[in-house]
Design a protein around this ligand. Sequence first.
Ligand code: HEM
Length: 545
Amino acid sequence: MQSLHSFSSLSVLAPPVRLQKPTKTPNFVTIKSCINRNPKEESGSKARSWVSPDWLTSLTKSLTITQSDESNIPVASAKLDDVTDLLGGALFLPLFKWMNVYGPIYRLAAGPRNFVVVSDPAIAKHVLRNYGTKYAKGLVSEVSEFLFGSGFAIAEGPLWMGRRRAVAPSLHKKYLSVIVDRVFCKCAERLVERLQTDALNGTAVNMEEKFSQLTLDVIGLSVFNYNFDSLTADSPVIDAVYTALKEAELRSTDILPYWKVKALCKIVPRQIKAEKAVTVIRKTVEELIIKCKEIVETEGERIDDEEYVNDSDPSILRFLLASREEVSSVQLRDDLLSMLVAGHETTGSVLTWTLYLLSKDCNSLMKAQEEIDRVLQGRSASFEDIKDLKFLTRCINESMRLYPHPPVLIRRAQVDDVLPGNYKVNAGQDIMISVYNIHHSSQVWERAEEFLPERFDLEGPMPNETNTDFRFIPFSGGPRKCVGDQFALLEAIVALAILLQNMNFELVPDQNINMTTGATIHTTNGLYMKLRQRQHLNSFVSTSR
Ligand code: HEM
């Protein structure tokens, strides 16, 4: 959410981005690292990054970081071009390297901008909690405004506050319980059914791609009651969603934001394509709003309690229309699009990396499957079961520690401020909070690089920013914290429970699984797995719920 949530690499965060359109299973076994997810598209060119030429960085440094800098913040001497090839394009990784050299706060001149990079929980807490008084989101909206318009994930100030207050109540407990059964379980079961053919044929499956399709279907149904059906079909709307998300990602890494010039958007082919895609998406959502509005009007529907859910259409759109709040259709459309993007690729990436980590750790995988069998007794999962899937939940928590999405959060100081530790920042300063660094720092976590699900007490509360004092912030913290955190965790638990209950997964050997970024952490070339159908008590496929 990237992304609205997020910011991809280092520059401007882009929305959670689906980077790749589904592709056919490759015939190869060895997968090499590369920077671009679609090497064909950009073959021959040097790796693109947000990093601009060194001369521009040096110029920025000399203009913005003066000798008389009294901020107390060390300046990183960084030549990013030197390391991007090395690191396979995961641009948050150099930030980690420099944290180990310069400490938990340093200043970085990057192309035309200079950033203060924060890797310390106390400073992160200060910046995130002071959103709205001392800090704003800043750069985020620049790259994604073409898609989100005034959607609340990128809006600032009173508009953001009003819309967040209107939308957040739609994700109440009863809604979540209905959506678990009607959407999360159903979509995961459909995925298992589709994977059975691959299991029988012994085909290697790119699970990253499958999870992206699954989470798109889930978010479409949950937010608009719209079935993308991307697991089984291709459609102009799905293509448009991928094109628009890809554009947001590219914008986050463009050195020159030429797309700010409206006239250029009319002639540059990439921009024409992106504009067309946004038109398709907006039209689809507008039509859904009109249809839903008609139904609500005809039925005279009105919310009668805080936990209102319409039985035939439990979507967030229906809730918002039935709440009869005064809001323009355009604002509603942009808010819903924000939810779609923020909730899609983030959860897909969590599923990808959790499955990867489990496939590398037989003991944890076995433990998770034993728990699933014991709790579900061969049934499909239900809302009530989720609290008992404690170990699986901790695997997901731990996966989000090691692979946070987005890996970096961006803020801009609105006033001069002094950060904990007596570091001074001036108004206008862009700040990157490296969630990845905080989560991987040996100053913050013991055995930080290891996958240890039980580091979070199985019987304890769900780890979050408050009970870890900002050591664990996968959903951010402060006023702009993710509104979909419960939704996302439930979705991930249900999807993995149903998949692991029915299938065994084995990594295709000799793959190099490297990281790269859009708004979330992706693999460079997919996560290819061989599947085997799993014998368990009473497969849902035969009992068919
Ligand atoms: C595991 C999956 C997810 C992760 C890791 C995640 C992460 C985040 C993070 C880190 C932020 C805050 C960004 C910042 O502070 O700048 C955020 C914001 C947001 N997320 Fe999520 N998210 C996830 C799933 C979802 C889902 C499923 C939804 C919707 C149902 C959602 C909706 C939003 C929205 C609307 C915002 C913007 C909130 C605001 O600005 O007030 N997210 N998310």
